[in-house]
Design a binder for this molecule. Structure first.
Ligand code: MSP
Length: 495
């Protein structure tokens, strides 16, 4: 039996088309999921759409469609993005699916059975954009702390006894110090819980678009209780994947995942997820990304312009995962040209072209010296630090490590100068070329989770298909055929 690994993205609101922030969250999960699969894990990687609630209902009305028609339409945009971004999700959950709705109602019954639900009335502020309740003390200049408008709500409502779970939550964070990352975010959550938890309103009566409360269908289940359940509802019978290994979320929705979700799970008798990682937010050329500013970055537009692998590389490489970051056109071009084109691309290009021309189109037979072996060993050993980086969701460092390996290979090729050896020492030339080809093969294996299409193109030069990490040290065979090299990373022109 393989060890399981379950990774999720938030499910996305379908009030609007996907933008770069959505692509970013799923991309990070995809890189990690792909890495784990290549590392021998039985992976479950899930994403989907969050389709109920007032916000979506309102957007549907504005579009002149029924909520169901509207969500059917917008959900497809997210599914299309997944295909275009080359995301390898194992399932796509929509909260309007029966499998999900039934699960949420069963969950409700469990919370109720445990004495954690009571009927009362809610009087307070609600932000439709955040789909969140805010106590008066959290408002800033009459708005939600997110800057979004709030409205006054007064209605009958079911409550979840969140306050009851305060101590259990604090104990849980204490017992599981790695539950929330990065560290600064964890401290925020603990502060928030320590400051005192209110019972949470978990039903609404003023609109209809959602899952009905069992036995009282006047009430619609709060969209966050509904949505969080997706992580379990999607598994169906495949409960072996629970508890989840990693929920990747944006920093804006950490509280729902770090406080409400474990409280619901504890109440219902489920084990809590092992880890939450909250990433930062992108700005566009220094500005907050917003529809009203008209500066939303459309990931599909970027893919059309630069190709999917350049977009994947840039987004994951540019900023440390966990920090906020800024999208800038110039930085995009500079990054791709420096690292993919000049460093990795150039290494592949000059080595394979040289081998193709001077070694009869095959991997040359070679006798390696200690310098050659040292470089190959460094390449093989790199998997250890890559593993550590992925374990820590340090995706930027993961890429930096691969880039560094390519740099070392470039230094080696310049130092060994096979183009000179060609005239003086053909045997050494063969050893140098063999070493470089082996390192390029290993580099391509490592690049598979990040830029799968390009990595496979490099591997194809050696007649290799998708290949797991356990085969890294299966060295290239002497005399095996090389394919004619074509340019894999073409230079981006600065306008
Ligand atoms: N539907 C909820 C999640 C429910 S999960 C049980 C939701 N959806 S969302 O569509 O608004 O946002 C989904 C994700 O996109 C969040 O993780 C959020 O952080 C991320 N991003 C939205 N804008 C972003 C940026 N500008 N930059 C980076 N990520 C951002 O919240």
């Amino acid at each position: 039996m393989h060890k399981t690994f379950y990774v999720t993205t938030p499910i996305y609101y379908v009030n609007d088309k996907p933008h770069i922030g959505h692509a970013y969250t799923t991309l990070a999960a995809d890189v990690i999921a792909r890495f784990k699969r290549l590392d021998g894990y039985d992976v479950k990687f899930i994403t989907g759409t969050d389709e109920h609630g007032q916000k979506v209902e309102k957007s549907a009305r504005q579009a002149g469609l029924s909520p169901q028609e509207f969500t059917d339409k917008v959900s497809v945009f997210f599914q299309t993005l997944n295909t275009l971004m080359n995301f390898s999700a194992d399932d796509f959950i929509r909260t309007t699916e029966t499998r999900h709705k039934e699960f949420v109602q069963r969950m409700w019954n469990k919370l109720e059975k445990n004495g954690d639900i009571y009927l009362g009335s809610y009087k307070g502020w609600y932000s439709i954009r955040d789909e969140a309740f805010y106590p008066e003390k959290e408002l800033v200049d009459g708005k939600a702390p997110t800057g979004n408008p709030v409205e006054w709500v007064e209605e009958e409502s079911y409550f979840f006894r969140l306050s009851k779970w305060q101590e259990s939550l604090l104990k849980f964070y204490d017992d599981n110090p790695d539950f929330i990352a990065p560290l600064a975010r964890k401290n925020e959550v603990i502060q928030f819980v320590k400051s005192g938890l209110y019972d949470l309103s978990i039903s609404r009566t003023s609109f209809k678009w959602g899952i009905a409360v069992p036995n009282n269908p006047q009430h619609i289940i709060y969209v966050w209780l509904d949505a969080l359940c997706n992580y379990l509802s999607v598994l169906g019978e495949e409960t072996q994947y629970w508890p989840c290994d990693l929920h990747i979320v944006g920093k804006d929705i950490l509280r729902f995942h770090a406080v409400y979700w474990p409280a619901f799970l504890m109440s219902a008798g489920y084990p809590c997820p092992k880890k939450l990682f909250a990433h930062g937010w992108w700005t566009n050329e220094g500005q907050k990304i917003s529809k009203s500013l008209g500066n939303v970055i459309d990931p599909i537009h970027l893919i059309e312009k630069y190709g999917v692998d350049y977009v994947r590389f840039y987004l994951m490489r540019e900023i440390p995962f966990g920090n906020d970051g800024n999208y800038a056109h110039d930085a995009f071009i500079a990054r791709i040209n420096a690292e993919l084109v000049n460093n990795i691309g150039n290494l592949v290009q000059r080595t394979v072209s040289f081998a193709y021309k001077n070694c009869n189109g095959v991997v040359p037979t070679a006798v390696l010296n200690s310098e050659d072996k040292k470089l190959i060993d460094i390449a093989y050993e790199t998997i250890k630090s890559l593993r550590q980086h992925i374990e820590a969701q340090a995706i930027q460092e993961f890429i930096a490590e691969i880039v560094k390996l390519a740099q070392e290979a470039n230094i080696y090729i310049d130092h060994q100068a096979p183009w000179n050896l060609k005239k003086t020492d053909e045997q050494r030339m063969n050893a140098v070329i063999y070493t470089l080809l082996e390192v390029i093969k290993v580099l391509a294996i490592y690049l598979q989770p990040l830029i799968p299409d390009s990595a496979l193109k490099i591997l194809e030069l050696f007649g290799i298909k998708k290949i797991g990490f356990e085969k890294i040290t299966n060295s290239l065979e002497f005399g095996s055929t090389l394919q004619k090299p074509e340019i894999i990373f073409s230079r981006l022109e600065v306008k």
